[in-house]
Design a protein around this ligand. Structure first.
Ligand SMILES: [Zn+2]
Ligand SMILES: [Zn+2]
Length: 481
């Protein structure tokens, strides 16, 4: 996956090559009530290509015809490898909902003055920032916490991709309404234990009170049953686990360093299969020997769950969910995980479309959009396996036992995420799932009593009129005695 796209990849010859640093503006896609709305100027590789930022100016607009113009004189020479400069200018107050931010950067490289809108990526039209100022806090059961379980920081930094700084991620997490963030940089970017420990130390130092917690982890490249590279998410591992197979730095040898089970054992923590059915470019399959997770890989190794919701609901989500259900129906109690695989990408996702040729921009991997929500036990998330869980990009949906030992399915949305279009219960039994659509009215909140009967498991899914979706983990019927 190639994210905050990079334009200094010249080999063998690239139309995207520029003798300029990457310059872009980024800001969280949503802001919770009472949370700040930080906007950052991101500059990469100014150590090689120093740049003078003259000024930044622009305009906020919303659907009610309100607008706010601003000019920010920056007048700063930048010359470091990474800059994440927070910009202070007028932000909308009072009027909530969606605001668009059109923003321009006036900069100078040598004697040449230039202006770009949003970014200086070649051959990629500027995309206006869209920030949704929520009217209410994102719905969540009380005593539960929400996190993004797949995030790349600036420790993922190579010739084609880079992530956001740790303090940037922490601040953005607060704005979008996350309680924890799992930093899962690639094993092939962390390279060794020294850099991994440096990242852990930096995480400990950037953590600010009352801000979401950052959890150091790793996205380990390891070998599936066909000896192809697949990705494994580990959260809170003490030591680095090696995995250089598909990093591209060792192009003459793409063989995985460790098989899946060995990587899990070395991590000494619960591990999850990342994007099990990721759709990839032929070059990734062929040159980096990347593969998919199979049923065999998931069930013959000590896997705790599958992150099949990897930022958006495309083919890989549906194929991943199918594989998860197949595991559930055969008695393998895997947890579903939701993460975004964002590399920076706080507002939209930019990436290489055709290597060395052009870039793309869409909303597939935006930091904090898809969340995994778990009960707060006071312990570090995933230091133990959550007993209950749901994944969502908006509404809350969870199954809980009430005081009378009855199972209740709760569904909650807000005006920001829309009313429910459908709520369905899935019961797994005898190798198949039965779907039961629940009759719903015109409300934002429901509580249904559900019967687990003698099914193997029960789970639920819901969707709102704004296309927001949530699904629960499987709840298992108590054994019949
Ligand atoms: Zn990955
Ligand atoms: Zn990743």
């Amino acid at each position: 996956m190639l994210h905050y796209a990079e334009t200094h990849f010249r080999f063998p010859v690239s139309r995207l090559y520029r003798k300029e640093p990457v310059i872009l503006i980024d800001a969280p896609f949503q802001v919770c009530p009472g949370a700040p709305c930080p906007v950052w100027l991101v500059v990469r590789n100014a150590n090689r290509f120093p740049v003078y930022i003259n000024e930044i100016y622009g305009e906020w607009k919303n659907a009610n015809g309100q607008n706010i113009s601003f000019t920010l004189p920056v007048q700063q020479q930048l010359n470091k490898a990474f800059h994440f400069e927070e910009l202070e200018f007028q932000k909308p107050t009072g009027s909530l909902g969606l605001w668009l931010l059109k923003i321009f950067i006036k900069y100078k490289i040598g004697e040449k003055e230039q202006i770009c809108e949003r970014w200086n990526y070649p051959y990629l039209p500027p995309k206006t920032l869209a920030i949704n100022f929520l009217k209410e806090q994102a719905p969540k059961p009380s005593g539960w916490i929400a996190g993004d379980t797949h995030v790349h920081s600036s420790y993922t930094s190579d010739s084609v991709e880079f992530g956001a700084g740790l303090s940037v991620l922490q601040k953005a997490a607060k704005s979008v309404g996350l309680d924890f963030v799992c930093i899962t940089d690639h094993s092939y970017d962390l390279i060794g234990d020294k850099r991994f420990q440096k990242m852990k130390k930096e995480i400990a130092n950037v953590e600010t009170d009352n801000y979401p917690s950052l959890l150091a982890g790793e996205e380990i490249s390891c070998g599936n049953s066909e000896n192809q590279n697949v990705h494994l998410l580990a959260f809170g591992n003490e030591n680095y686990v090696k995995g250089h197979g598909d990093g591209g730095r060792r192009w003459w040898n793409t063989k995985p360093d460790l098989p899946i089970q060995k990587a899990i054992e070395e991590s000494k923590v619960f591990c999850f299969a990342a994007h099990p059915k990721l759709q990839m470019l032929f070059a990734e399959k062929f040159l980096l020997k990347r593969g998919h997770w199979s049923y065999k890989d998931l069930t013959e190794n000590k896997i705790s769950g599958i992150e099949f919701w990897n930022g958006f609901r495309g083919k890989d989500f549906y194929k991943g969910r199918e594989l998860w259900i197949k595991c559930l129906l055969t008695g393998h109690k895997l947890l579903p995980l939701g993460g975004n695989d964002a590399h920076g990408d706080l507002n939209c996702y930019t990436a290489v479309k055709k290597p060395l040729w052009n870039l793309k921009c869409n909303n597939e991997h935006v930091f904090g959009q898809v969340r995994t929500v778990i009960p707060d036990t006071g312990k570090t998330p995933f230091s133990e396996l959550p007993e209950n869980l749901y994944i969502t990009d908006g509404p809350a949906l969870w199954i809980e036992k009430d005081n009378n030992d009855k199972f209740i399915l709760h569904a909650k949305s807000t005006e920001d995420f829309g009313k429910f279009l459908s709520i369905a219960i899935f019961r797994g039994k005898d190798g198949a799932e039965k779907i039961e659509q629940i009759k719903i009215g015109d409300l934002l909140s429901y509580d249904f009593e559900i019967n687990l009967d003698n099914n193997l498991y029960t789970r639920a899914e819901c969707e709102t009129c704004m296309g927001k979706f949530a699904m629960t983990a499987a709840v298992y019927s108590p054994p019949v005695v």
